[in-house]
Design a protein around this ligand. Structure first.
Ligand SMILES: *Cc1c(COP(=O)(O)O)cnc(C)c1O
Length: 455
């Protein structure tokens, strides 16, 4: 029997009520959670009840229990890690994705959500200045986008070397050399590990963390055989971009596959003002980015793009019980059953429009510059990076003092900037990734840093 039409009413009404009250609390709410995970786990450690509970009550109970443990991540005053907020249209679309419950793997079975994802993919290629005929996969995040893009590169490079890895595996085959900048993101190493490619050859980076093309050329010349070069668009600490065009050209001279990790930085391509940062990025072979960072859709949503037909060859699958055709989502992601996570991307892009996306990216970068200028005016503070995009790194004297200022800032609760280590020293890291951050948020954040530095 299909569920009664009113079976969902109470649960959905309760969810909408709690969602509204959470979102309404964000402008004034302190950022940190009030309870730790251990404290909450103890509270939640009741035995599973024997009998059923009313769905609406369950949603009420959940919202009540979890509220003290919520970090105000979607707040305009949150600048930790690289965390996007949620655009209203994207959130609404995400609710529909759950309600529709379409397992979006094959076109024939789920034409509605597949077509929406296809439209979103086309818009993305256009906005990001990528080849119009490239394959696009909506995956869980940039970790999996890196994994998938690198899987495509591995497949293509081994194929070109005459090694049938699909049948024979990696053992006994030619070694695929991987070269990556010294300041690559950790998830790249994880993806290489999952792929059995081992640790990359590390290429020297400059003071902003950009891979040096000369050093890449030397390293490539020192070896031979199949190779993958990993470039980065957006350094976690400085926001800096590897010299994508020149580095890709050198890599291609040596027959390498070029993969770009642009988890948050690839979006510079959508801004006429900032596009120079990624110059030449379209000459690469695969690209990874996130929609849940710069584009501000709900978790989880990453995007992999690759030149045809490497993605399908690397991760596509065939099964007798599926009714498959060309362009099935299952052919561009390393999963079968999947959420239609490209639908909130469509909604975000449709609500912003081309200039809206450019404005969003420009605003994030402008807010980062304003926060950097504010921090630089705090006595004893020093901004360590050239703020070209959305990331700022600051120090407050020696490591001990920087750590103390960061700890006081987090305890203050008005804003959140995470601590890290960069180029051998402790830093306070700022990542401006939320669409809703406004001038008042920037001013409040700078004031909070000033208080923490004075305390
Ligand atoms: C965030 C990030 C990743 C990992 O992305 P997830 O969405 O967390 O999986 C990879 N590379 C860079 C540069 C990032 O900023």
């Amino acid at each position: 029997m299909t569920a009664r039409p009113d079976a969902y009413d109470e649960a959905l009404s309760a969810a909408a009520r709690h969602a509204r009250s959470w979102l309404a609390s964000l402008p004034d709410r302190p950022i940190p959670p009030r309870l730790t995970a251990d404290e909450l786990a103890a509270e939640l450690a009741e035995p599973l009840p024997d009998g059923p509970t009313d769905p609406g009550k369950v949603v009420d109970l959940l919202a009540e229990l979890v509220e003290p443990g919520l970090m105000a991540m979607p707040s305009g005053r949150f600048f930790g890690w690289v965390i996007g907020g949620t655009l209203p249209a994207a959130l609404g679309a995400d609710w529909l994705v759950s309600s529709w419950d379409q397992n979006t793997a094959i076109r024939f079975a789920t034409p509605g959500t597949t077509a929406v994802e296809q439209a979103a993919a086309g818009w993305l290629l256009d906005l990001l200045g990528l080849p119009a005929d490239a394959e696009v996969g909506f995956v869980t995040g940039a970790t999996m986008a890196n994994f998938t893009g690198l899987a495509a590169g591995r497949r293509q490079q081994l194929d070109a070397a005459g090694w049938d890895a699909d049948r024979l595996g990696l053992a006994g085959g030619p070694r695929v050399r991987v070269l990556a900048g010294a300041e690559r993101h950790e998830t790249l190493d994880a993806a290489l590990r999952y792929l059995g490619l081992g640790a990359p050859t590390e290429i020297r980076a400059d003071a902003e963390g950009r891979l040096e093309t000369d050093a890449l050329a030397e390293a490539l010349a020192a070896g031979s055989g199949p190779a993958i070069v990993c470039l980065q668009a957006g350094n976690l600490h400085s926001g800096a971009f590897d010299p994508l065009g020149p580095a890709a050209a050198v890599a291609h001279e040596h027959g390498a596959w070029v993969h770009v990790d642009g988890a948050f930085g690839l979006w510079a391509a959508a801004s006429p003002r900032l596009r120079h940062l990624v110059a030449g990025h379209e000459t690469a072979d695969s690209w990874a980015t996130d929609a849940h960072k710069t584009l501000n859709v709900p978790y989880d949503c990453g995007i992999v793009v690759a030149r045809r037909p490497a993605l399908r060859a690397a991760v596509g699958m065939r099964a007798s019980y599926l009714v498959q055709g060309a362009g099935d989502p299952v052919d561009s992601v390393p999963e079968l059953s999947r959420r239609a996570r490209g639908v909130p991307v469509w909604a975000a892009l449709r609500s912003l429009g081309r200039t809206g996306v450019a404005d969003l990216v420009d605003r994030l970068a402008a807010n980062a510059r304003a926060i950097a200028a504010g921090i630089a005016s705090v006595p004893g503070a020093q901004v360590l990076n050239d703020v070209v995009f959305t990331q700022v790194c600051a120090a407050f004297g020696d490591d001990e003092r920087t750590r103390a200022v960061t700890a006081r800032l987090l305890a203050d609760g008005v804003t959140w900037m995470s601590g890290s280590r960069w180029r051998g020293r402790d830093v306070m890291r700022v990542s401006v990734s939320n669409w809703s951050t406004d001038d008042a948020d920037v001013a409040a954040a700078v004031d909070a840093v000033r208080r923490a530095a004075a305390g």
